[in-house]
Design a protein around this ligand. Structure first.
Ligand SMILES: Nc1ncnc2c1ncn2[C@@H]1O[C@H](COP(=O)(O)OP(=O)(O)OP(=O)(O)O)[C@@H](O)[C@H]1O
Ligand SMILES: [Mg+2]
Length: 367
């Protein structure tokens, strides 16, 4: 199937002035991207994800780019590419990583973004920058609010609305000022107006998946809210979304944090790399918001507009309502003195290796 871009407004052929506003994105030639990335040299590789590899590059004008080189051996990949191109080309917000251009030549499908010099949240929490402790509390709270605002834009302002479906630490990139830019809308599908959810392939990353999405493949905004809750806990605690307890059992970060929150032991949740240097009220708010987001019943989760409001702590009433939420009075959680393990066993987030491997093969719930 020949690749056919959904948009024509970004075509680079009409970029030479003539009084027209320059399009925000353009088509790159394969030659230009080969030369920018030193022929997709291994040393330029930033990492690899579900769709392919990402390379650092530099254009002739000195600007730095990140090029996602997609695996294109199936028609499905062509479709994914078209979807991502269309969605990204539409979306512009200070907390979203927008598309700078694309290239579709021969078998190659590439997407070009601005390079984010501070890489991803993942690299600071668990990766190459984790030892440097560059994420002080102020940066963390800004990243929390900024990324929430990016998702609010996707859910409420983008037309049609967009469900991200893959909110996670490697998809929150950090610019030179450590401002959050939520990336990767390759999983997102456009929600037709009036539809409350779309049933489709279960995608996303283990540990961040809302239980109803993992089981039924029903994606709506509240699945992103769940993933965002996991991301917030990760940001506050520095822990990974899933912790291996034994060779066959993993515990989710929310099952670990809920009993501690019920007992008001917020300092035990805080990332030790913060060395106690955080605003107690803010940490508590972040943790409570995170747990409200990452609860298993989707109808009880807040929406992202409410999440931003709560994170900012602007309404004292809403913050105190949050503290009094029934979730934090759960006898299951409070009674659990076992580091969250017994509570976790009954929950849908408690994943055995067997279930995990099933998820990794991607369930297709479509007929
Ligand atoms: N514009 C960018 N600037 C800097 N680093 C980037 C940029 N885009 C992606 N990366 C990094 O490159 C690596 C690979 O990204 P990629 O999106 O392919 O995989 P992923 O985020 O781990 O998984 P997924 O495919 O689910 O998004 C990640 O660590 C990501 O944070
Ligand atoms: Mg990514």
């Amino acid at each position: 199937m020949a690749f056919c871009p959904i948009f024509c407004c970004g075509n680079g052929s009409d970029r030479k002035g003539r009084g027209k506003k320059q399009p925000p994105w353009r088509v790159f030639s394969l030659k230009e991207l080969h030369s920018a990335t030193n022929n997709f040299n291994y040393d330029n590789k930033l990492g690899e994800g579900g769709f392919g590899s990402v390379y650092w590059g530099q254009l002739w004008d000195g600007s730095q780019i990140a090029v996602k080189r997609l695996k294109v051996w199936s028609n499905k990949a062509d479709m994914e590419f078209a979807v991502e191109v269309e969605i990204l080309a539409r979306v512009r917000h200070k907390n979203l990583l927008s598309l700078r251009g694309y290239c579709a030549e021969g078998q190659e499908r590439l997407i070009v973004y601005d390079y984010m010099p501070n890489l991803s949240l993942l690299s600071h929490l668990h990766g190459q920058h984790s030892a440097e402790s560059l994420l002080d509390w102020n940066r963390r709270i800004n990243i929390a609010i900024g990324s929430a605002e990016g998702i609010v834009y996707l859910h409420n302002q983008a037309t049609p609305h967009i469900i991200h479906r893959d909110v996670k630490a490697s998809n929150v990139l950090l610019d030179s000022e450590f401002q959050a830019r939520v990336a990767d809308f390759g999983f997102a599908k456009l929600i037709p107006d009036g539809a409350t959810h779309v049933t489709t392939r279960v995608k996303g990353t283990l540990g961040y998946l809302a239980p109803e999405y993992a089981m039924l493949g029903k994606a709506n905004e509240s699945c992103d809210v769940y993933s965002f809750g996991i991301l917030l806990l990760e940001l506050a605690s520095g822990k990974k979304p899933l912790e291996k307890l034994s060779s066959s059992v993993k515990r989710s970060i929310n099952d670990w944090a809920l009993p501690l929150a019920c007992e008001q032991k917020f300092s035990e949740i805080a990332d030790p790399r913060l060395n106690g240097d955080y605003v107690e009220e803010e940490l508590k708010r972040v943790v409570l918001v995170a747990l409200i987001c990452a609860q298993s019943q989707p109808e009880k989760r807040p929406n992202m507009v409410e999440v931003v409001e709560l994170l900012k702590g602007e309404s004292k009433d809403k913050v105190s309502q949050l503290e009094n939420n029934e979730l934090f009075k759960s006898p299951l959680a409070v009674g659990n003195k076992n580091d969250g393990i017994s509570a976790a066993e009954g929950s849908s987030d408690f994943i055995s290796e067997e279930k995990e491997s099933k998820h990794e093969t991607e369930e297709n719930t479509e007929p």
